[in-house]
Every structure is written in structure tokens, then in C-alpha cells.
Design a protein around this ligand. Structure first.
Ligand code: PEP
Ligand code: MN
Length: 457
């Protein structure tokens, strides 16, 4: 807990404010039972890890490192499986190698994993086959199948267990060497048709494989630093009942003497973000998160008045800790040039200069529906928003510290374009997302190459 606004804050004070997207549970007794159970369960993450991430993010805010955050739009309990977890870790690792090569900076990795189960919706009800049914709000509240749409508070506890099992396997896989940099990685560039692009990507791959081989030869890959790769977890902090139940008053592990300072840590994940629909300054989500010691993200976009930004920062980070707040910008390729410069100036010309991490989410402003109502995104729009964002930060003298992507390690066909040339007709081939369309492995890696290319020019 910190700052001048803190005295009236309690883990419950959000309940006195209006709360957007708040679920109406049909069975209050079952809800109370689930919350009581969650309160007894151990933290999913440890304060020491949360502090470590905050230190890494301070480096990002100061331009010394780059942040790669990615994962599903809506993680399902069903993704809590060895292959799905491994393919996502491998993809994030592979992308980060490309970014390290390109930007010549350390890369901090955060998965939208191990808890990204709650989804904000435009309406609590939707029409399916002419019938009104409750919308799918993520596995933590209800199921996608029509006979599971009733909100079920027992799912809150299930979410805890699936988060824990996912993170347990992430830790196990990483400490056992899945992230071992000398293992040959499959870079598979066969799909890249454009010869010029292919040559560029091949140059990066040749460099990285040579470097990894060299490090293996001299034994430099045996040091602990290279055998294990940090992967932090994150999700949208949407369900405040859940987040409150996992919020604990714990020792700040960096305080001296030990035990001299306690903070409220949200132990459901290392990093939590406030979504675009719930960031109203006088509402419950901002109230809850202003009392939490974790690093936080806030989504900002076309509906964020410039005047809200400093109020948000003063409320959420009154002590101006560098790296505490990540502003996740998501305007859309057609709007970013009009809106981002004023947002940058509002922050960088204030007392918050160089304290925030500017992160580009080129996904959420570029969603469109094609025939049959399929939700998709064009790779060219995603890249265009990212490229414009990089250019605008350069012009404004600020630092674009990271990207926030919806991606999966599977060969899905949800976003159009990229070097594979996925067209509208291809979308039905393997469209498995129950929420927003994700970049597949090839598209995600290609985006990493394109970012790397920007830095190397
Ligand atoms: C999301 O990240 O999946 C999401 C809902 O984003 P936003 O809050 O930016 O719309
Ligand atoms: Mn999404």
C-alpha cells in the first residue's frame, strides 16, 4: 500500500463503487462458499517474483529492456495440457530470441496464461439460433456450450486450480530445460513466399543458430542464466471477488530488516491489467487495483480522454514508481496516428515522464467481422498499427517498451494475411478461438521478425 490516496483503501473498498461487467451470480450461498475456499488456498505466485517482475519492468520503462506479452484472448480450462502449455512457452521464447537479436536488449516475457479466464462482454445476453442465452463470459464464470451458460460460482475455485496447474507446469518445464537455448528450434520458414522477406528472416535465423551453437561450444549455455528463462503470468483483473480472495497482506521481501514492511499482493498472477471497459477512475476496478503492489497494466484506446491519463497514473501510482504501470495502447491502424501523440505528450510532459511502460496492443483496435459474422483481424492492420506506434514514439522522443499480442502456438486460421497468405475462405479451416482471433505460430514469429527489422534499420 502506498501514497497519499491509500488510507481509505481496503481490500473491500471497491464494493462501495460502481463496478462494470460485474456478474450477477444466481446462487449467493455458493458464491460465498467458493470465496471462502479461495481465501484459504495458498498464493499462486510469490511476492518475491512479483517484485522481480516490477524490477524488470522498471528497466523497460527506462528503455533498457523490451516487454513481450502474449497468449490467448480467452484461456480455457481445457488448455491446461502439456502440449498446449509447451507450445506457447516455446513460441514466446522463440519470438523473444528474435527480439533480442533485433532490438539488442533483454526481453521480459509475460504470458496471458495461467489465469486469463474472465472476459468482458458487450452484453450479458446474446442470441443463438433465435434464442436469448447468457453470453459466454470465460471459463471462470460459465461454459461456452449452451447447456453451461448459467453462471456457476464453483468455477472460481476451478479457475484457481487450473491456474495453479498451468503455472506449476510452466515452472517445471522451464526449470527442466524447455527453454534451453542450445536446443535446435524449428524456425520453419517454408511458408514465406516473398523472397526478400524470406532472405531477411533467414539472416536472423542463421545468426541466432550460429550464436547458440557457439555458446554451446564454449559452454556458455551451461550457466544458470541461459538454462532458465523467466516467464511471468498475467490476466485481466476483471472479477474483483476472485482477485480480492487471492489478495494477501504479505512481507515485502526487499524490505530491510525483513518483516518491516507489508504490502497487499494480488497473488493470482504476477501482472494484472485493467481492461478498456473497466478503467473508469471513480469505479471499482481502479479502486481495487490502486491498493495492490503488483505491476499493473491499463488498456487505453480511442475512448480514453487524454485528461484521464494523469488521473489514472496519480491514482494507481502515486509514488511514481518506474515500471509500476504499463499503458497498453490499442487504437486501431486507422486511428493510432491521430490519438497516440496526445496521449504520449500528456504523460511524458508530466511528473510521470519515463515512469510508464508504453506497450502496443495492435490486436484489439483491429477486430472486424467478415461474412458469416466470423471475427477476424488482418495481419497487415496489426503490423500497420505496430509500425505507426514505433514511428510515433520515435518522433515524440518516448520509448515503445513492448507489445501485447493474442497468439497461440497452434496452427489456427483466425487472423488473415501474413506470409502464409491466409484468406477469408481459409478462416474456417482451423478456427478454434471462443473469443478473439489469435495470431498463429507463423504469424506471431513473423511479427517478431518485423519488429526486429525495424530496430535494425
Ligand atoms: C483483451 O485483452 O482480451 C481485451 C478484452 O482487451 P480490451 O480491454 O483492450 O478490449
Ligand atoms: Mn481479446
Amino acid at each position: 500500500m502506498s501514497g497519499s490516496a491509500a488510507p481509505q483503501w481496503t481490500p473491500e473498498s471497491w464494493r462501495l463503487k460502481p463496478v462494470k461487467q460485474s456478474p450477477e451470480y444466481p446462487d449467493q450461498a455458493a458464491l460465498q462458499k467458493s470465496l471462502a475456499e479461495l481465501k484459504k488456498l495458498p498464493p499462486i505466485v510469490h511476492p518475491r517474483e512479483i517484485i522481480k517482475l516490477k524490477e524488470h519492468l522498471r528497466d523497460v520503462a527506462q528503455g533498457k529492456a523490451f516487454l513481450l506479452q502474449g497468449g490467448d484472448c480467452a484461456e480455457l480450462f481445457d488448455y491446461c495440457q502439456q502440449d498446449a502449455i509447451e507450445s506457447k512457452i516455446k513460441l514466446l521464447l522463440q519470438m523473444s530470441l528474435v527480439l533480442i537479436w533485433g532490438a539488442d536488449k533483454r526481453v521480459v516475457r509475460i504470458g496471458r496464461m495461467a489465469g486469463q479466464y474472465a472476459k468482458p462482454r458487450s452484453s450479458p445476453m446474446e442470441t443463438v439460433d433465435g434464442k436469448q442465452v447468457p453470453s459466454f463470459r470465460g471459463d471462470i464464470l460459465n461454459g461456452f456450450h449452451l447447456d453451461e451458460r448459467e453462471l456457476d460460482p464453483a468455477r472460481l475455485v476451478k479457475a484457481y486450480h487450473h491456474s495453479s496447474a498451468t503455472l506449476n507446469y510452466i515452472r517445471a518445464a522451464i526449470s527442466s530445460g524447455i527453454a534451453d537455448l542450445h536446443r535446435p528450434l524449428d524456425w520453419g520458414l517454408g511458408h514465406v513466399r516473398d523472397p526478400e522477406l524470406k532472405a531477411k528472416y533467414q539472416e536472423a535465423v542463421n545468426f541466432l543458430t550460429d550464436m547458440l551453437r557457439f555458446m554451446h561450444t564454449i559452454g556458455a549455455d551451461k550457466t544458470e542464466k541461459l538454462d532458465t528463462v523467466d516467464l511471468f503470468t498475467s490476466h485481466e483483473g476483471l472479477l474483483l471477488e476472485y482477485e480480492q480472495s487471492l489478495t494477501r497482506l504479505l512481507d515485502d521481501p526487499t524490505a530491510f530488516p525483513h518483516g518491516s514492511k507489508k504490502e497487499y499482493y494480488d497473488t493470482s498472477a504476477h501482472f494484472l491489467w485493467i481492461g478498456d471497459r473497466t478503467r473508469q477512475i471513480d469505479h471499482g476496478h481502479v479502486e481495487f487495483f490502486r491498493g495492490i503492489a503488483n505491476p499493473l497494466g491499463v488498456k487505453i484506446g480511442p475512448t480514453t480522454p487524454t485528461s484521464d491519463l494523469l488521473e489514472l497514473l496519480r491514482t494507481l501510482n502515486p509514488d511514481r514508481e518506474p515500471g509500476k504501470i504499463t499503458l497498453i495502447t490499442r487504437y486501431g491502424a486507422g486511428k493510432v496516428a491521430d490519438l497516440l501523440p496526445a496521449h504520449i505528450r500528456a504523460v511524458e510532459d508530466s511528473e510521470y515522464k519515463q515512469t510508464v511502460v508504453w506497450q502496443c496492443d495492435p490486436m484489439h483496435g483491429n477486430t472486424q467481422s467478415v461474412s458469416g459474422g466470423i471475427k477476424t483481424r488482418r495481419f497487415s492492420d496489426i503490423f500497420s498499427e505496430l509500425q505507426q506506434t514505433l514511428r510515433i514514439h520515435k518522433e515524440q522522443g518516448s520509448y515503445l517498451g513492448g507489445v501485447h499480442l493474442e497468439l497461440t502456438g497452434d496452427a489456427v486460421t483466425e487472423c488473415m494475411g501474413g506470409s502464409e497468405g491466409l484468406a477469408e475462405d481459409d478462416l474456417s479451416t482451423n478456427y478454434t478461438s471462443f473469443c478473439d482471433p489469435r495470431l498463429n505460430e507463423k504469424q506471431a514469429l513473423e511479427l517478431a521478425f518485423l519488429i526486429a527489422d525495424h530496430y535494425r534499420q
